[in-house]
Design a protein around this ligand. Structure first.
Ligand code: ADP
Ligand code: MG
Length: 396
């Protein structure tokens, strides 16, 4: 089933409500934007609408204000950044609904941009309240959705508004659906997934779905501890999800039955404490000390994983191999990312932390696709039809 594209609807001179995912990371101390990739990712759609002479009314959420006005989560800095990047004025609205905003939207000229204030300042957004959705829709003639990163949420600005306006996907949404869709339906073998991150529980659905497609599964990160324990290894004080041990065993069995080569680390970096500068050592998985915690994969594992990825035609990576926020524990992740970036393969990166690492390493251009979605990417790869995508389909 196909989503309607922004190219297929007439936006010339129209008021367009554009939902984007400008949920950018903010610097804890200063509140300034620490990574503007999510803003840049929607530029093609915004520029297209501007070039078409549309009246561009942009809306987004930022952080989790939980239905209240939180000054630190205003989109004002985003308006400034967007304006700077585009070299165009971006008008910042004081709210996203109400008479004042209605007037601003009505008076907006063709080719001009108005950014609405954080939609999550209103509890009705996350409740997908029809009245609120109708008010948002009332600002515009058509709805364009570029917020892939929020498409797993059925909120007023991602799903509700589409009931009231002709709806279409923006270019970022299309690019994400294309790249991620290929991982589910149109991929070349050998196909490998490298999965890490903190917890198995976040990724069970993804693993179950991808096992049916892939040839190789490599698991590192915190979640490897649960699998290692399921295989009978001692894992010190590493985070083990005891209630997921059966599930982990089941996944190992499923992989076996489906002839997927499922590899866990063979050596790991363990530390007595999870802090910068704490003493750590590389140990084989057979000798993880009682007072040690797995904080990264070891060099033999990096070698093993790289060997397994060599010759693969499709590689999906999600989740760091270690507690990469602490530089001493980031080596395994960095070596794997660097290796993947050099492969002659379709390489797709999903997940908030994973994308951030690729951007920090300056390797985004070396990957086939770096998704802007975190939770949305995981849900998508589970095989779920995202509610924010469903409403863009031509039949609806
Ligand atoms: P992504 O955002 O890319 O999907 P996740 O959210 O699943 O990734 O995982 C990121 C988190 O996993 C990071 O905060 C990282 O510190 C944590 N992590 C990775 N390895 C370990 C480990 N061995 N022990 C504890 N946490 C880990
Ligand atoms: Mg994450």
């Amino acid at each position: 089933m196909e989503e309607r594209s922004v190219r297929e609807i007439d936006v010339r001179g129209k008021r367009v409500l554009l939902r984007v995912d400008f949920n950018v990371p903010l610097d804890v101390g200063t509140g300034s934007i620490s990574d503007d990739h999510r803003i840049r990712a929607s530029l093609p759609t915004i520029q297209y609408l501007v070039d078409c002479g549309a009246k561009v009314i942009i809306c987004s959420h930022l952080g989790r204000p939980k239905g209240k006005v939180v000054e630190g989560l205003s989109l004002k800095p985003v308006a400034e950044r967007l304006s700077r990047i585009m070299g165009l004025p971006v008008r910042m609205a004081g709210d996203c609904v109400g008479d004042e905003v209605k007037r601003e939207a009505r008076e907006l000229e063709g080719g001009k941009i108005l950014l609405l204030e954080n939609v999550r300042f209103h509890p009705e957004e996350e409740a997908n309240d029809p009245g609120f959705a109708c008010s948002l829709a009332g600002l515009a003639d058509v709805y364009v959705d570029d917020a892939f990163g929020t498409a797993h949420r059925a909120h007023a600005s991602t799903v509700g508004v589409s009931r009231y306006l002709p709806s279409a996907a923006g270019f970022l949404m299309e690019k994400e659906l294309d790249a991620m869709g290929n991982l589910l339906h149109d991929y070349e073998h050998p196909f490998a997934c490298l999965i890490g991150g903190a917890k198995v529980s976040d990724k069970i659905g993804l693993l179950q779905n991808m096992l049916k497609k892939i040839d190789i599964l490599l698991v590192g990160g915190g979640m490897a501890a649960t699998f290692l324990r399921a295989e009978g290894y001692e894992t010190g004080f590493s985070l083990v999800e005891k209630d997921k041990l059966n599930k982990a065993r089941e996944l190992l069995d499923d992989a076996h039955a489906l002839h997927v080569s499922f590899r866990l680390p063979c050596d790991v970096l363990v530390s007595r404490e999870i802090r910068k500068g704490s003493p750590c050592e590389v140990v084989p998985i057979e000798s993880i000390p009682d007072d040690g915690c797995i904080v990264d994969i070891g060099p033999k594992t990096v070698e093993l994983f790289c060997r397994k990825l060599t010759g693969c035609r499709t590689v999906m990576w999600n989740g760091p191999m270690g507690i990469y926020e602490i530089p001493e524990f980031s080596q395994g992740t960095k070596l794997m990312v660097d290796f993947i970036s050099k492969l002659d393969a379709v390489t797709v990166v999903g997940g908030g932390s994973s994308a951030e690492i690729v951007h920090q390493m300056g390797l985004s251009e070396k990957m086939t696709h770096v998704s802007t979605g975190g939770g949305a990417t995981l849900r998508f790869l589970e095989g779920t039809v995202l509610p924010g995508v469903e409403v863009l389909r031509k039949e609806t």
